[in-house]
Design a protein around this ligand. Structure first.
Ligand SMILES: Cc1cc2nc3c(=O)[nH]c(=O)nc-3n(C[C@H](O)[C@H](O)[C@H](O)COP(=O)(O)OP(=O)(O)OC[C@H]3O[C@@H](n4cnc5c(N)ncnc54)[C@H](O)[C@@H]3O)c2cc1C
Length: 446
């Protein structure tokens, strides 16, 4: 049994991975570039809260953490749509009892770090992994607050240092056939806040993910435990209506009042937040190979960064940890086999969720406000109710069915969408959708 495992990055995935490995008796150390977030005040920036769903929950359950994390989460049972004309609509995510969970990124990360340390894992903060020597199996670690540099041996190294992974670059630069693709979407994002009401309550319906779909862009809001909502504006960088044009209090105010009138009433500080909060970009990263022999793998965003529109980046990274753990059992600690199968299983799934996530941006910003789309969703929910094994809506496969591979969910989603597109062309479908004829037609195409 190999003993010395080094993890680069104590983010969500690195911290959870360390707990899995420590429970198996491995000696694990983590090197984290940032200072200990448990001792610092957080600043606005990269997604304050996240949607945690069944894949992530299953991974947390396997290490006995699910109940504790549920205590700091808020269930969201569906999308609450805010149309521009002031009307609203609620679209359940799944069947009764199915929901996703809004959780604070920082609170979750801090809990995972606490648990990691309770398992005896040493987390070295303010220590940046700067280089890897693949011959000697060492990493060079630089202090972020002094000139100190150290060289550390590893038997196994995991790169969980996020989308812009240094470890991945070290792997890439010393690999003669490394494949790497990155795509930015034309929208970035900025976070804003809806505070509690004067009486200290949530300002909107709590158990929902709020969406203001506006075709080329959208605003969303997720609830927090402190009764605030964190809003995220996904918005083009350039063009007539874009971040580049909203650069004075007057233009920001005019745009928000025109576009999100009901949200503006609830956001007293949105103008200054808009001017002061950072604007971030959204990237998909695909690469291959993730592994080296029996001694290295990328994991989490470092292996597969995806855009957030299916709320699956962290969930997918957590699932990586669970699958890796199952493979350790299956291959009885044979790391060459474990890593080989980890990559062959996870790479197609990661590619699939990356593509599904890009597609879901269009669905969220454009289609959620379209009555035809709402009818389509209604028909799919009806089919699911009648034939739960034959028709599972794509969203449910991704979000509530951890035992369906993302790659299979992707294939099923493509097939179902093609069927639904033809169903939606049936004359008077609005009246006929519950008919035996339509039901038979759909089932015959499956
Ligand atoms: C706007 C937005 C919304 C999102 N919403 C959701 C959602 O609702 N649901 C969901 O499942 N996912 C969501 N995600 C995705 C999710 O944030 C990521 O998938 C998740 O954070 C990945 O975790 P990670 O540990 O792999 O990487 P990270 O969280 O990026 O952690 C990487 C860690 O490595 C450290 N590090 C970096 N470089 C080095 C180095 N050289 N040496 C040492 N340490 C280093 C960093 O400081 C960091 O702590 C969202 C992402 C964004 C941007």
């Amino acid at each position: 049994m190999k003993k010395e495992i080094i993890i680069a990055g104590a983010g969500l995935v690195g911290s959870l991975l360390s707990i899995y490995l420590a429970k198996r008796g491995y000696k694990v150390s983590i090197y984290e570039k940032r200072h200990d977030m448990r001792k610092e005040t957080m600043t606005a920036g990269r997604s304050i809260n996240l949607a945690l769903s069944d894949r992530g929950l299953l991974a947390l359950e396997r290490v006995g953490l699910v109940e504790e994390i549920k205590e700091i989460s808020i269930p969201m049972t569906g999308r609450y749509i805010h149309n521009i004309d002031g009307t609203t609509a609620f679209q359940p995510y799944g069947r009764e009892g199915q929901y996703i969970n809004s959780v604070s990124r920082a609170a979750l990360n801090m809990k995972l770090m606490d648990h990691a340390e309770n398992q005896g894992i040493k987390i070295y903060f303010g220590q940046k992994c700067a280089a890897v020597d693949w011959e000697k199996n060492t990493i060079t670690v630089e202090s972020t607050s002094s000139a100190s540099i150290s060289v550390v041996n590893f038997d196994i190294l995991f790169g969980s240092d996020g989308s812009f992974s240094t470890v991945r670059l070290q792997h890439q630069l010393q690999h003669h056939k490394f494949e790497y693709q990155q795509y930015y979407i034309d929208c970035g994002y900025k976070e804003l806040t809806i505070p509690p009401t004067a009486s200290g309550d949530f300002a909107m319906k709590i158990n929902a993910l709020h969406i203001w779909p506006r075709k080329d862009y959208m605003l969303i809001a997720l609830p927090n435990m402190d009764k605030t909502f964190t809003c995220t504006l996904f918005f083009p960088f350039e063009g007539e209506t874009s971040f580049s044009k909203l650069n004075t209090p007057e233009t920001i105010k005019a745009f928000f009042e025109r576009t999100f009138p009901d949200a503006v009433e609830l956001m007293p500080d949105y103008v200054s937040e808009f001017l002061n909060n950072p604007m971030s970009s959204l990237v998909t990263i695909k690469c291959y190979p993730w592994i080296r022999e029996d001694k290295f793998s990328l994991i989490g965003d470092a292996a597969h960064a995806i855009v957030p529109f299916f709320g699956q980046g962290m969930n997918c990274g957590f699932e990586d940890c669970r699958i890796l753990d199952e493979l350790i059992d299956e291959h009885d600690g044979n790391w060459k086999m474990i890593l080989k199968e980890f990559q062959s299983t996870r790479k197609p799934d990661a590619d699939a969720i990356a593509d599904l996530a890009v597609g879901n941006f269009t669905e969220m910003r454009e289609r959620t406000a379209d009555p035809k789309f709402l009818l389509q969703k209604k028909i799919e929910a009806w089919l699911h109710e009648k034939h739960p094994d034959k028709w599972i809506p794509a969203y449910s496969q991704v979000t509530f069915k951890p035992h369906i591979h993302f790659a299979d969910a992707f294939r099923n989603a493509m097939k179902q969408e093609a069927i639904m597109r033809s169903v939606m062309t049936i004359q008077n479908i609005e009246e006929r959708w519950r008919s035996e004829e339509v039901e038979k037609m759909i089932l015959s195409k499956l």
